[in-house]
Design a protein around this ligand. Structure first.
Ligand code: ATP
Length: 240
């Protein structure tokens, strides 16, 4: 990473009974990174990011987000963090705008009705939902829902955006749009931490990569150090 630390964990561990979902993880996300947390299903990515958000409490270890320790026992989501993780989702019978307005009203944001209205409009505009908004969310495509989730995460101009599989279920065009949006947000100064099980996605999008395997962070590097100068290294396996 280039800038100062934004997310730091040391010895972070989460156990569910006998299952160790996350084991002794030392994560380092720097300011301005597009950090890709890579790993197969069940490797612990979701549990890890949910701990960063205070949605799941660690069994042991420590977490600092933007210089502030995340308390282990009292859930607290920092206002400067935006997140798109699997959750309760939106109200299907309401429009995207109405959903965001509800969220905004219950969030840390302030301002007059006009300020709030503008904040919601800008978030919708930013993800390309400005025009289609009057439809109820249940009429949205999966891609539109994904983008609505992103708009919700962007409402309060977070410095850190945490996303769990942001392109899951999207068609190629939707995938391209979400990736372009994430790059643009990052260029405007937002640090991005995303989970993915797709090596290609992390290669294309990310500046830094962490690889999870059975709860452990087994590799953490800048992408530039992972890529060989001539691209991918050819690996030959002996003939069977
Ligand atoms: P996915 O892509 O499927 O979300 P993941 O890499 O995010 O996978 P986790 O969902 O964090 O992995 O799961 C890691 C391990 O912890 C798995 O073995 C899972 O079964 C277990 N686990 C996760 N949440 C719980 C829970 N609430 N109770 C018990 N076990 C859990």
């Amino acid at each position: 990473g280039g800038g100062g630390p934004i997310v730091v964990t040391r010895g972070l561990t989460k156990q569910y009974g006998r299952v160790v979902a996350v084991r002794d993880v030392d994560l380092d996300v720097g300011a301005g990174d597009r950090y890709g947390l890579l790993g197969p299903n069940g490797s612990g990515k979701t549990t890890l990011v949910r701990m960063l958000l205070g949605l799941v409490f660690a069994t042991s270890g420590r977490i600092e987000v933007m210089g502030r320790p995340i308390p282990r026992r009292t859930g607290e989501v920092l206002p400067l963090v935006g997140a798109m993780v699997e959750g309760p989702g939106a109200y299907g019978h309401l429009s995207g705008r109405a959903n965001l307005a509800l969220l905004d009203a219950s969030g840390p944001g302030r301002g007059s009705r006009r300020t709030r209205r503008r904040r919601v409009d800008e978030a919708l505009e930013r993800v390309g939902l400005g025009g289609v908004d009057d439809r109820p969310v249940k009429a949205y495509s999966l891609g539109m829902r994904q983008r609505l989730g992103l708009a919700a995460a962007l409402l309060h101009a977070p410095r850190l955006l945490i996303l769990d599989e942001p392109t899951n279920g999207l068609d190629p065009r939707g995938i391209r749009e979400v990736r372009d949006l994430l790059r643009a947000l990052n260029e405007d100064g937002t640090t991005i931490l995303l989970c993915s099980h797709l090596l290609g996605e992390v290669e294309e999008l990310c500046t830094r990569v962490g690889v999870m395997d059975r709860g452990r962070l087994v590799l953490q590097r800048d992408m530039a150090d992972v890529r060989a100068p001539t691209g991918r290294v050819e690996v030959r396996t002996p003939d069977a």
